[in-house]
Design a protein around this ligand. Structure first.
Ligand code: CDP
Length: 221
């Protein structure tokens, strides 16, 4: 299905996969797909249009009308920069609610495939290695304990001067994990052939180096 190499980086919220995947893409000169941003944009757009996140049909129809572009570091929705609006915890929660809808997921498949361009792609999400790019040359499943991830998200929000409460974040993460793993359509699960990378005691640069080394080994075989 894909003509160029894809490295799939999947895992739960705040496992560090965004940072790691982006750095791997930069080092290799590959394109980068932040698939979570797509679900966040849909949740944001639905909210703007007063569409309830649990309304599968309306959410899907709304998604079909959206013009989504990634330009440099910016996420553009219908030509407007919504990069910071989609990063709030509330929209993250909404993203995991709209993401349960199978018709919506189907609508976003082609858009995700379009990111696979020369010389290659690093794709970050929940179902990159299992559903969207099943023939990815390398599949990584990045995770960490719920407490470590909640602590990271807490620090991220503080750094961005956004409201943050550790206990609320821990509870939200637990709920999102349960929803992401328990949904019928493309649940968060590790692909059989994926490599598990636990990041509780692994720094960002170590995780990046590990993935780059694995990729190098693949190229040499
Ligand atoms: O930043 P964080 O890891 O918390 O979330 P994200 O990667 O931005 O994704 C937001 C939500 O979108 C997740 O909680 C998932 O429910 C959903 N998602 C998904 O279902 N499939 C993907 N490939 C990516 C994200």
């Amino acid at each position: 299905m894909t003509n160029f190499p894809v490295i799939a980086v999947d895992g739960p919220s705040a496992s560090g996969k965004g940072t790691v995947a982006q750095l791997v893409a930069t080092k290799l000169g590959f394109h980068y797909l932040d698939s979570g941003a797509l679900y966040r944009i849909v949740a944001y757009a639905a909210k703007q249009n007063n569409i309830a996140w649990d309304n599968a049909l309306a959410v899907t129809e709304c998604a079909k009308t959206l013009n989504i572009e990634f330009v440099n570091e910016q996420v553009l929705l219908n030509n407007l920069d919504v990069s910071s609006e989609i990063r709030t915890e509330a929209i993250g929660k909404g993203a995991s609610q709209v993401a349960v809808h199978a018709p919506l997921r189907a609508t976003l498949v082609d858009l995700q495939h379009k990111f696979c361009k020369a010389p290659g792609l690093v794709a970050d999400g929940r179902d990159m290695g299992t559903v969207i790019f099943p023939d990815a040359v390398l599949k990584i499943f990045l995770t960490a304990s719920t407490e470590t991830r909640a602590q990271r998200r807490y620090q991220q929000l503080l750094a961005k001067n956004q409201p943050a409460n550790y206990e609320n974040i821990l509870q939200d993460l637990t709920e999102r994990d349960a929803r992401d793993k328990g949904r019928a359509s493309a649940p968060l699960t590790m692909a059989d052939e994926a490599t598990l990378l636990e990041t509780d005691n692994l720094g960002v640069s170590e995780a990046v180096d590990y993935i780059l080394q694995k990729y190098q080994v693949l190229l040499n075989t």
